[in-house]
Design a protein around this ligand. Structure first.
Ligand code: 5GP
Length: 191
């Protein structure tokens, strides 16, 4: 998606550990126009695929997830990371190791928000090692739902997530694919 790539080039910068910061439009301040355009682009790419619900994980996936869900006319459910007082049986959980924080936390979705048989599109802001996306697939499948596909805003293709997702047999659509962040130079995969 050209518009997204331009914004990454104009405003993105690197941190040690192959981390790309895009907090001026995606991870802290959010650009509504770009976010809505991303929602439209995901909807276009998954046109013809049955999608009953969109699932993401808090917090950075929520804005993109909302944009896609609005385009598709579905509900959005975001997996939560914080503990709540509700009973464990009321929820589907999966441990996810955070790429940026290097810690593992259970994320959960309440059972009442996933119905067996639903076709679910999973979306997230970044794809690195694939733990977040695959953890969400696990939760969706615990509920007896099917993963209709995975939509990612920024895929870091030099990390192993994309390969893991394709090996697991899921359809992956990424709006911008980064080939390298070496020496803090942002290079995209040629499409
Ligand atoms: P994964 O689970 O694929 O290893 O990492 C994806 C998750 O880690 C995303 O939900 C995102 O929040 C975070 N993440 C991974 N790489 C980056 C990055 O380069 N920049 C930012 N801002 N977040 C990242």
């Amino acid at each position: 998606m050209e518009l997204l790539k331009q914004r990454i080039l104009a405003e993105g910068f690197c941190l040690p550990g192959n981390i790309l910061k895009v907090d001026s439009f995606l991870n802290h301040q959010i650009d509504p126009e770009l976010t809505l355009a991303m929602g439209k682009e995901f909807a276009r790419r998954f046109e013809g695929t049955q999608i009953d619900k969109v699932v993401t994980v808090e917090s950075s996936g929520i804005a993109i997830g909302l944009a896609v869900a609005a385009e598709l006319g579905t509900k959005l459910v975001f997996a939560r990371k914080n503990k709540s007082a509700l009973m464990q049986e009321d929820r589907y959980t999966c441990p996810i190791t955070s790429f940026t924080k290097k810690e593992t936390k259970d994320v959960y979705i309440l059972k009442k928000f996933l119905t067996a048989g639903e076709k679910v599109l999973i979306v997230d802001d970044f794809l690195a090692d694939g733990n977040a996306a695959l953890g969400l697939c696990n939760i969706v499948e615990q509920a007896g739902c099917q993963v209709a596909g995975i939509g990612i805003a920024i895929e870091k293709s030099f990390q192993r997530g994309a390969e893991r997702i394709r090996e697991a047999g899921y359809r992956l659509e990424s709006l911008a694919r980064i080939k390298s962040l070496s020496d803090c130079k942002i290079e995209f995969v040629e499409e």
